[in-house]
Design a protein around this ligand. Structure first.
Ligand SMILES: [Zn+2]
Length: 154
């Protein structure tokens, strides 16, 4: 799935709905099927700063916060040239109160469902991934997982 712009990208961008978050979300799902993979109500305590910044951005825009959206890729470095539709979708989602994160760097806590740092990112630093946020399972990622949790994972 590379999510490159379709030939009618200009029309799709022109037709983007505004205002109603549900309409924006419905439209994104229609023009970028399977790009959105999951939702969460907020970031976990591990990423508290993200909640604060998101809330501040919503206050500034005078909009109600909606949900955190996990997507396959944000293509942050390439969206300008070949992925205008994704760039526009992120813009419109943010303007409607959503916040968009990519699933390479972020995941959901398997217990409370709030957003945590992903296994991929944690393991890149040779840390251990518990699958849970610090309030569901206090664990120092620099240390190995306790044995009982390891067996749960398998
Ligand atoms: Zn949790």
């Amino acid at each position: 799935m590379d999510f490159l712009d379709p030939p009618n990208v200009k029309d799709l961008i022109k037709d983007f709905p505004r205002g109603d978050p549900r309409e924006v979300l419905r439209y994104v799902n229609q023009v970028l099927p399977s790009w959105i993979v999951d939702f969460s109500n907020q970031f976990s305590v591990d990423l508290l700063r993200f909640n604060v910044e998101w809330a501040e951005a919503c206050v500034k825009l005078n909009i109600a916060p909606q949900k955190v959206i996990l997507v396959r890729e944000t293509f942050l470095d390439t969206q300008k040239t070949t992925r205008k539709l994704i760039k526009k979708s992120i813009e419109m989602l943010l303007a409607s109160g959503f916040i968009v994160m990519d699933m390479h760097n972020f995941a959901k806590c398997s217990q409370c469902g709030y957003i945590i740092v992903s296994r991929e990112r944690i393991e890149k630093f040779k840390y251990t991934f518990s699958g849970k946020c610090q309030s569901c399972f206090p664990h120092d990622p620099k240390k190995p997982l306790p044995d009982d949790l390891k067996t749960q994972e398998v």
